[in-house]
Ligand binder design. Structure first.
Ligand code: DU
Length: 226
């Protein structure tokens, strides 16, 4: 399919030398718990249902999560928080995500991020965000049934607004503020929900709780159907 072809081309991207180096270095050093794991260490392919009405837009791969397993949110603390919620909300076939071969299937959901390579300190530079943006531009045109975007964190939300400007969906970025659980409708009818990111920093401190996160995805389902 066109999205499979997109994933193949995107995972071969070499646009950001700092990110390519970082991913390769992380894979060479590994983490003790994954000493024998062959790290993916490439831009991480998007994952899910090609006919999805709902998109999760994340920040970037985690160094020992999707940079290791090659699938978004798979194999780290963020994913351990996200997938059980997706399962409970009916978007994921199982609560546990461990590898590309764990049998997980998404239904009505597609997952990608504004930066496709693991960045040092989880912090992409403005240049890296700009370099990666054309991938989102293309992907958005390939998601033919898309109705709702769930942005995880402020950087993802800014990335979506920047996409909307490039795609002439918005003429200015003004008037849209990030807040957990906020909702917007873009002029083209696309619905947007903003959420705190399920990073350990947010989930360990109780800034983002499971009920808060579950209600985001229950709401996404309602919006997709309305
Ligand atoms: O072989 P396939 O059914 O095209 O699935 C490829 C890949 O995408 C596999 O990892 C399952 C996933 N997937 C999904 O999660 N949800 C779908 O609706 C279709 C495919």
């Amino acid at each position: 399919t066109a999205l499979d072809d997109f994933n193949v081309r995107m995972s071969a991207c070499e646009r950001c030398s700092r990110l390519r180096e970082h991913c390769t270095n992380v894979a060479a050093v590994r983490r003790r718990a994954y000493a024998t794991w062959e790290y993916w260490a490439r831009p991480v392919p998007s994952f899910g249902d090609p006919n999805a009405r709902v998109l999760i837009l994340g920040l970037a791969p985690g160094a020992h999560g999707s940079n290791r397993t090659g699938r978004p949110f798979t194999g780290d603390g963020s994913g351990d928080f996200l997938y059980p919620v997706l399962h409970e909300a009916g978007f994921a076939s199982q609560p546990k995500a461990t590898s590309r071969e764990d049998g997980m299937r998404l239904n009505d959901l597609w997952i990608c991020s504004v930066v496709r390579c693991a960045p040092p300190g989880n912090k992409p530079t403005p240049e890296e965000l700009r370099n990666c943006a054309p991938w989102l531009d293309e992907e958005m045109t390939l998601l033919k049934n898309l109705r709702v975007v769930v942005c995880l964190g402020r950087i993802a939300f800014d990335g979506l607004l920047a996409w909307a400007k490039r795609a002439d969906v918005l003429s200015s970025r003004g008037g849209y503020d990030f807040a957990h659980g906020a909702e917007f409708e873009l002029p083209n009818g696309l619905r947007v929900i903003t959420s705190y990111h399920p990073s350990l920093q947010n989930t360990n401190t109780g800034k983002l709780t499971k009920p808060m996160f579950l209600s985001v995805f229950k709401r996404a389902r309602v919006l997709a159907e309305s």
